[in-house]
Design a protein around this ligand. Structure first.
Ligand code: MTE
Length: 879
């Protein structure tokens, strides 16, 4: 094949290929008959999706047509999906690309057919001969091979782990595995041409998908790549057709026998190194940390993630039952003598599955299943051409595909059984364990796969352990809800002679946010009826709260509650509220979302439609808007101005003076949303951009740094952050007019008290007053810091204060706790004496308002001192 084929040509190829062996004949019950060596499986009938599904239209994947049967595991976007297990199994040994599981960390790069031949990737690093290759050259200059390979996501079967204790990963069922015929080039052939140097040890790979923590990338060992038995390849076709967008179109790496995470899609760069990849996704993904490491410990101690011993490469031995299917029922009256139990199994690192065993007496005895190793039929077929490439597996010892197994169990025996268990063993005697090895990322889950049997009249009803994603069902959920301990070594069942298990509490330390005994299901329609300021209901972790009685008392202003009305605000709520606030939630708890409503809300956020008309205003109080980091200006060693680019040049931010916005980033380690409120320092009328001044709290020996500020500092240029707002109970309208909780009031004099980065909201109001010659409002600013260099916005503040026009209305005072020699300003903390001198109530009798913003300790002590000096709470406002 000298040039890349278009999709049309690929389809054609599948029809005209003369060297395809015939499809294996089937027996009556659909099983393949005894194989003729040439009868290797061919791809099942495929129908290439042509329609972009509605949910995808509003996401960055709006160019990717998909199959609606796939189950979405992470809401709408990014696209992480598996097929229903029965559909996957029914496809047979090879999976059609439209049902092949997908694991995308972000958006799918858009590659036009006409650009495919020019797709370029590089081979660099520790090589004598760096390469820059196009796909056209890869096809023309290298031998092409085809072979069947099973890919498995390391998270396959993770939902079972999540039932035991939540991991940091989303809930895969047992269909995070699929098999295809991959066509491409032996990766070693390319590397040989690049000539790795003596020091070369690792092969780092990077895709074209730009993610919050850089491009997706990982590494494997160089000697593995060079070993023909390990079969690593650069593939451009799957089942005889060009790779589909979700699977890496136009070029991906395929690393057989290892977790899918190593098979980098949309390949752009190969770097040969002497150390493993330092890509974020190589370090913080695809690891099995010791089971004793909790999510909190792993977040607090990054050393766990850098320990190469816990990185995972070869898959673990695994198997699952496909039939009986979940919720299948078998009528025992008039049933055939035997029921055929069947499923799949796979080994890791090319190791062959040598036995699959089934037990119907809880593992006391095992019976041997029949294994169909379809992969052998390709070996037996000898060397020949398939899809314009050589299929030659005659020489290879390793096994890189799943096998299917089955066993006939007498229905009479099933009638007396409570469950069916399966376990597989590979050629190195690696056998699946009875008990789960729980770990923080929930990867490589491979205990015996168990389905339960319940007896209902003349029927046997079968239940799988879980259902994927948020789908309810499965015996694990049932056992857990009934108080069973899933980790008691007996699948949560009561062991004879033992007292009933108590329900397992997920985290004893969590603050209770629900009313005891309240059992009121809330439908999605009910919730949606409460989506405005009139009786706003909102959802946190599936529980419904009525914010109405708290509207006026909410320290963040009524608007924040109204903005969350009718929506799921779990992320924001959990990220920005204290334990005290959480404890108050009980009072407002009114019910729990029903399953249907949870599933709808679990769909996740819908990204703005890229084809929609440009929005004049960036901020939306009810949904997150995305802006990209345009530049970072270093103000001092720990302070930066982050400039974000809005959606278009003419867009205004939409933030009234004195209000704030929320910024959301993902914690690079835990992937949890980190949300904090900020007040930008850019002028509110500035178009196209917004500037946020941030002091970065780095880790020190004594103390952990700030999660948000560190994540912000690590954000690469060109990456996005999410913004929502405005929020806040105060707004400055100008010339002394302002609103507090929506009520207008007039202010003649402000006392502005701040510490550290608390200056930013104060600065917005201060600047608005100073810039308007007609605004006669007076301001006394008391700005406390440790060192001179800690004073933020000092130049701007000084400039406004020095303006002769502002002389009458501005008194700007700095106080330092560690003042340098010759310091002319105030010294010491902002406390009673200082306040008495500069902000005594006596001197601010009418129309005065104190604005305070700073660390909690400062806010508390200032509040107390002001009270003592006669300031009523109605004249004190905390930003
Ligand atoms: N490559 C890139 N560039 N980006 C990704 O998000 N996901 C990885 C791997 N390669 C990923 C990637 C993971 S975790 C898996 S399991 C496999 O791709 C999934 O491949 P598939 O989507 O074709 O099934």
């Amino acid at each position: 094949m000298s040039a890349i084929m278009t999709e049309e040509e690929h389809k054609h190829l599948r029809r005209v290929e003369g060297d395809l062996p015939p499809t294996p004949p089937e027996t009556e019950d659909g099983e393949a008959s005894c194989p003729d060596p040439a009868d290797y499986p061919l791809p099942p009938p495929t129908s290439i999706p042509t329609k972009v599904l509605d949910p995808d239209k509003k996401t960055p994947d709006h160019h990717v047509p998909r199959d609606p049967r796939l189950i979405r595991l992470t809401g709408v976007h990014p696209f992480n999906v598996e097929a229903p297990l029965s559909d996957l199994y029914n496809e047979g040994f090879l999976t059609s690309p439209e049902l092949f599981y997908v694991r995308n960390h972000g958006a799918v790069p858009e590659v036009k057919d006409e650009d495919i031949p020019d797709w370029e990737f590089t081979v660099e690093g520790l090589v004598e001969n760096p390469l820059k290759l196009t796909l056209r050259e890869l096809l023309a200059e290298y031998d092409q091979i085809t072979c069947p390979i099973t890919l498995v996501c390391a998270g396959n079967r993770r939902k079972e782990q999540n039932q035991v204790r939540k991991t940091k990963g989303f809930s895969w069922g047992a269909a995070g595995v699929s098999t295809a015929l991959f066509t491409g080039v032996v990766m070693a052939d390319v590397l040989k041409r690049a000539k790795p140097t003596k020091r070369a040890r690792y092969v780092c790979m990077e895709g074209a998908d730009k993610l919050p923590n850089g491009y997706y990338g990982t590494s494997v060992k160089l000697n593995w790549v060079m070993d023909p038995e390990r079969g690593m390849m650069l593939a451009h076709m799957m089942n005889g057709e060009m790779l589909r967008p979700d699977h890496g179109k136009p070029l991906r790496v395929v690393i057989p026998g290892q977790i899918g995470g190593r098979s980098v899609k949309w390949l752009k760069k190969i770097t040969i190194t002497d150390v493993p990849s330092d890509n974020w996704y190589h370090i913080y993904d695809n690891r099995v940390l010791p089971t004793s490491v909790s999510p909190e410990e792993s977040a607090n101690n990054p050393a766990w993630w850098r320990d190469e011993r816990y990185a995972i490469y070869d898959l673990s031995t695994n198997s699952a039952i496909a039939y009986p299917a979940h919720e299948e029922q078998l009528c025992v009256v008039g049933a055939p003598e035997n029921y055929r139990v069947k499923g799949y199994a796979y080994g890791g690192g090319g190791r062959r599955v040598t036995r699959v065993e089934v037990s119907i007496d809880k593992g006391k005895t095992w019976r041997l299943g029949k294994i169909d190793y379809a992969e052998d039929r390709y070996r037996e077929a000898g060397e020949h051409q398939l899809f314009g490439a050589t299929l030659d597996m005659t020489w290879r010892e390793s096994s890189f595909c799943w096998c299917f197994w089955n066993i006939d169990v007498p229905v009479a025996e099933l009638k007396d059984a409570k469950d069916i268990l399966v376990r597989a063993m590979d050629e190195s005697m690696n056998v699946q364990p009875r008990d789960m090895y729980w770990s923080v990322l929930g990867m490589m889950n491979n205990p015996w796969y168990r389905i339960t049997i319940s007896h209902e009249n003349d029927y046997l009803r079968f239940e799988h352990p879980t259902q994927p994603a948020l789908m309810p069902g499965g015996w694990m959920e049932r056992v857990k809800n009934a108080g069973g301990n899933l980790m008691n070594g007996y699948w949560g069942e009561k062991i004879d002679g033992e007292d009933a298990e108590q329900p397992v509490k997920e985290a004893a330390t969590e603050v209770g946010m629900t009313k005891d005994g309240l059992d009121r299901p809330v439908t999605i329609d009910e919730l949606r009826k409460h989506d405005s300021e009139k009786e706003p209901w909102f959802v946190v972790n599936g529980e419904v709260y009525d914010g109405t009685p708290f509207l006026n008392e909410h320290p963040g202003g009524a608007q924040s509650i109204v903005s969350a009305a009718g929506m799921d605000s779990s992320d924001e709520f959990m990220a920005i509220h204290s334990e005290t606030a959480k404890a108050m939630m009980k009072t407002y708890h009114i019910g729990s979302l029903n399953e249907a409503a949870r599933a709808i809300l679990g769909e996740g956020e819908v990204q703005p439609d890229p084809n929609a008309a440009p929005r004049p205003t960036f901020l939306d109080p009810r949904s997150w808007s995305r802006a990209t980091l345009h530049s970072k200006t270093t103000v001092s060693w720990d302070t930066r101005i982050f400039t974000f680019k809005l959606e278009h040049e003419d867009q205004i931010l939409g933030l009234p003076t004195g209000q704030h916005l929320m910024i959301r980033l993902r914690d690079p380690v835990t992937r949890e949303a980190i949300i904090r409120s900020y007040t930008p320092i850019s002028q509110t009328c500035k178009k196209g951009y917004l500037d946020v001044l941030v002091k970065v709290y780095f880790d020190t020996k004594e103390r952990k740094g700030g999660k948000m500020t560190k994540a912000m500092d690590a954000l690469p240029i060109g990456h996005f952050a999410d913004f929502k707002g405005p929020i806040g109970k105060f707004e400055y309208l100008g010339r002394g007019r302002c609103t507090v909780n929506g009520a207008e009031r007039f202010v003649r004099q402000f006392v502005m008290i701040c510490g550290g980065s608390g200056i930013t909201p104060i600065y917005q109001v201060f600047r608005a007053i100073m810039q308007d010659a007609a605004d006669k409002t007076k301001c006394v600013v008391l700005n406390g810091n440790r060192l001179v260099e800690d004073i933020l916005c000092k130049e701007d503040l000084d400039r406004f204060a020095a303006d002769p026009g502002n002389e009458q209305k501005c008194k700007l005072l700095y106080t330092l706790t560690q003042a340098p020699e010759g310091w002319k300003g105030l010294k010491g903390r902002i406390a009673g004496p200082l306040l008495g001198e500069h902000a005594h109530r006596e001197n601010f009798k009418t129309d005065a308002l104190v604005l305070i913003c700073g660390p909690e300790a400062l806010e508390k002590s200032v509040h107390l001192a002001l009270k003592e000096q006669g300031w009523p709470d109605s004249d004190v406002l905390f930003f």
